[in-house]
Design a protein. Structure first.
Length: 300
């Protein structure tokens, strides 16, 4: 369940924020605007000066910033930079919330690392770009995983910049959810790129195609739920509307059209290859959900 941004009646909390890049600055400004006391640190001190002018306290070192408050938010470049920033700090009794983009394995390892040093830990995956932060109407939210107690205690504070969506005690689940959603986005953008490439140089304005393309993608979005149901039930053939065999039979139309338009098929070919493999293995009566298991590496 995702919470909306905190209400004006929430008591302000003192926060430490490590990292004042574009996202970190947006987070800090959201908390400052909500009346929270924010101590910030950045490896390049000049990048924290603007926040100092807006009321933030700038710490001389990461260790000093961590010592200033129990709740410590980390938003740095990568997992290695998180380790470097926190290495010399006393984490005993601290609540560490890591909003640095990473992998599931890095989230789990960092959780164990923090807990060994006496801290509670939650990992986070931010589903937003900086302009969305602090705007309840933007739909921004953050996946959290790890210490449920930490997230629940600080839920109102964490909800100030973006909604809170706790996805489990496995500290790797926030990163896994983050990358799963972004992977879907990039797959969609690949299809969008191919669609626009087809009409380039033709008497079709991109702005004319855009609403048609968006409407079609919206209409097809329900297939996400169909795939989920099939994966959970193991039934890939009931109520199939468009069989994989029929779809695979039409691949040539897509490749020939691309050739006629002078467009590479490199964004579509990998998926088409999976469709063909599934059909050739005797599953032509299924729909597209069956190709998902072809992506899993043997033994994974």
């Amino acid at each position: 369940m995702t919470d909306n941004a905190v209400t004006a009646h929430t008591a302000p909390t003192s926060i430490t924020l490590l990292g004042t890049g574009t996202m970190g600055t947006a987070l800090a400004r959201a908390w400052l605007a909500a009346g929270h006391a924010v101590t910030v640190w950045n490896r390049t001190p000049a990048r924290a000066e603007a926040l100092a002018a807006e009321g933030a306290t700038v710490a001389a070192s990461a260790a000093a910033a961590v010592a200033a408050n129990r709740l410590v938010i980390v938003c740095l470049l990568d997992d290695a930079s998180v380790g470097e920033a926190l290495e010399g700090a006393d984490l005993t009794g601290r609540d560490i919330v890591n909003l640095t983009t990473g992998t599931p394995a890095e989230g789990r390892a960092r959780a164990a690392w923090a807990e060994e040093r006496g801290a509670r830990f939650a990992d986070g995956g931010i589903m937003a770009v900086p302009p969305m932060i602090g705007d309840p109407a933007s739909g921004a939210f953050v996946f959290y995983s790890g210490s449920a107690e930490l997230v629940e205690e600080h839920r109102a504070t964490l909800a100030v910049p973006a909604g809170v969506n706790f996805v489990g005690r496995d500290a790797g689940f926030a990163a896994l959810h983050d990358v799963a959603l972004l992977s879907g986005m990039y797959g969609m953008l690949g299809g969008v790129a191919h669609a626009f490439a087809l009409i380039r140089g033709q008497d079709i304005a991109p702005k004319e195609l855009a609403p048609l393309l968006q409407g079609w993608l919206n209409a097809m979005s329900s297939l996400v739920h169909v795939a989920a149901e099939r994966l959970e039930s193991g039934d890939f053939t009931t109520d199939v509307v468009s069989s994989l065999a029929m779809q695979a039979g039409g691949i040539g139309t897509f490749t020939r059209t691309a050739e006629e338009m002078g467009v590479s098929t490199e964004l579509l070919t990998p998926y088409f290859d999976l469709m063909r493999r599934r059909v050739e293995s005797g599953h032509g009566d299924e729909d597209n959900a069956g190709v998902i298991d072809l992506l899993r590496v043997r033994g994974a």
